[in-house]
Design a protein around this ligand. Structure first.
Ligand code: PGA
Length: 254
């Protein structure tokens, strides 16, 4: 079975103390993960080292950065490089979240560069894609998401692409309380897999975990994660509430 992943995206929330407490509460639930299950916490930069040491003893639990810069290094005051993230032992990084594309002007080319820098530093990108509401209303979502994937990922070799994680996050479902229906999620995830299969072959496409993101809650996680092509979720708001995220982890396919 493909990796089934519950990924928390804390975004710009929580103090250091709050995040320690949240992580403690989640870990103290002692959820036993199978070999094919993983839990990833994407946390603010200043907490990466603390969070990494908190999960160090827990197998299947990992920490991710939420972004990295598209340049290798240099005079970019305030920015964080993939090499820096690698140097503190972090092995995952969210790339191309819709908030970053929209608010920080991240282009397909920048995301391609970020993906390359992550892979060059042994960091698994969690690559986000997803359409805005007007594109969904015009039923152009399949082509839109396909373009995002082609533009930022199709330069990769099969050996590289099969190591990355994709997160489909329809923008109209993020932070709105309105998640995609299971039919909408399954349809898009199957489409993403067929786009990957056409370029890289079915064997490669079958290995890539595709997470769903956008108003995943404890109430809908089980149903969404049960879709055959949905391999877990990238969770914002509900990942900040320990009992809720615990239920979401438990909803991963067994
Ligand atoms: P949400 O955010 O779960 O709060 O909708 C998901 C995300 O942006 O990754």
């Amino acid at each position: 079975m493909r990796k089934q992943i519950a990924a928390a995206n804390w975004k710009m929330n929580l103090t250091y103390q709050d995040s320690e407490k949240l992580l403690d509460e989640i870990l103290s639930a002692k959820i036993k993960l199978n070999d094919h299950q993983e839990v990833i916490f994407a946390v603010p930069f200043p907490y990466l080292i603390m969070c990494k040491s908190e999960v160090a003893e827990e197998s299947g639990y990992h920490i991710a950065a939420q972004n990295c810069n598209e340049k290798k290094n240099g005079a970019f005051t305030g920015e964080i490089s993939a090499e820096m993230i690698h140097s503190i032992g972090i092995r995952y990084c969210i790339i191309g979240h819709s908030e970053r594309r929209a608010m920080f002007g991240e282009t397909a080319q920048m995301l391609q560069d970020k993906v390359n820098l992550c892979l060059g530093n042994f960091i698994t990108p969690i690559f986000c894609c997803g359409e805005p509401l007007d594109i969904r209303d015009a039923t152009q979502q399949n082509q839109y998401v396909q373009n995002q994937i082609e533009e930022s990922l199709f330069h990769l070799t099969p050996e590289h692409i099969e190591t990355i994680i994709i997160a489909y996050e329809p923008i109209w479902a993020i932070g709105t309380g309105r998640s995609a229906s299971t039919e909408q999620a399954q349809e898009m995830h199957a489409h993403i897999r067929s786009v990957l299969a056409k370029k890289y072959g079915d064997a490669v496409a079958q290995k890539i975990s595709v997470l769903y993101g956008g108003s995943v809650k404890k109430e809908n996680a089980y149903e969404i994660f049960s879709c055959p092509d949905v391999d877990g979720g990238l969770v914002g708001g509900a990942s900040l509430v320990a009992p809720d995220f615990i239920e979401i982890i438990k909803a991963l396919k067994k």
